[in-house]
Design a protein around this ligand. Structure first.
Ligand code: 13P
Length: 249
């Protein structure tokens, strides 16, 4: 399966900084046909990054969207607005949205369905907290997020969804899950998908996220059920991000 490397810039980069960063990345990943590359800047920079990506095979993604196409929802962003800016991907249910913005599995589910309706590819995030891992309920948490998040999704539709396993304790902490720890959860996710969607499960890309760096990329990507990476901090440095893309081959 062709790996997918996505950079989640989170709440970083003014427009000027975003243009500089994407230009830097563009110059460094020219010969990276082995991977699909997605850049997810903040909303305010989407238009300029979209323009900067013209002529490159890198694709544009948003970090969030709302589950209604339009209406009186102050401050929210519609999939139609994202499509207009050239977005093809949307990160849905990132743990930071679940933690700081009270996003529920139901909201994640509604967002996924609206993405699919509009031909946007959702990158659906799941993952356990440190406390949940300590309590030994990692699989329980993942099972709930996967089954409730994907409720009502069809066998053909699942092939258009990307899953990202991001253990919350590994995000921004420098504590990467070991390749074995990550593979164990990825295999479990694949099994859940297989129970729900049969053969289609084999076609779903499952990304790993949480302190991915050039130094740990190769080992993580060598795992059977790891099909790419969702990169936070290291995606803010053109050289590091390009190196991660290179080492994902
Ligand atoms: P870091 O790579 O900074 O740990 O962030 C991971 C992440 O949350 C990507 O969505």
């Amino acid at each position: 399966m062709k790996p997918l490397i996505a950079g989640n810039w989170k709440e970083n980069c003014t427009i000027r900084e975003a243009i500089a960063l994407v230009s830097g990345i563009k110059g460094l990943v020219k010969d990276s046909g082995h991977a699909d590359i997605v850049i997810c800047p903040p909303f305010t920079a989407l238009r300029d990054v979209s323009a900067a990506l013209k002529g490159s095979s890198m694709m544009l993604g948003a970090q969030n969207m709302f589950y209604e196409e339009k209406g009186a929802f102050t401050g929210e962003i519609s999939p139609l607005m994202l499509l207009e800016l050239g977005c093809r991907f949307v990160i849905v249910g990132h743990s930071e949205r679940r933690e700081y913005f009270m996003e529920t599995d139901l909201a994640v589910n509604r967002k996924l369905k609206l993405c699919l309706k509009n031909n946007l590819t959702p990158i659906m995030c799941v993952g356990e907290s440190q406390q949940e891992r300590n309590e030994g309920v990692t699989k329980k948490v993942i099972e709930r997020e996967i089954t409730d998040g994907l409720e009502g999704i069809g066998k053909k539709e699942i092939e258009r969804i990307v899953i990202a396993y991001e253990p919350v304790w590994a995000i921004g902490t420098g504590l990467t899950a070991t390749p074995q720890q990550a593979q164990e959860v990825h295999a479990y996710i694949r099994q859940l998908l297989s129970d729900m969607f049969g053969e289609s499960a084999k076609k779903v890309r499952i990304l790993y996220g949480g302190s991915v760096k050039p130094e740990n990329t190769k080992e993580l990507m060598a795992q059977k059920d790891i099909n790419g990476a969702l990169v936070g901090g290291a995606s803010l440095d053109a050289g590091s991000f390009a190196e991660i893309v290179k080492r994902s081959a």
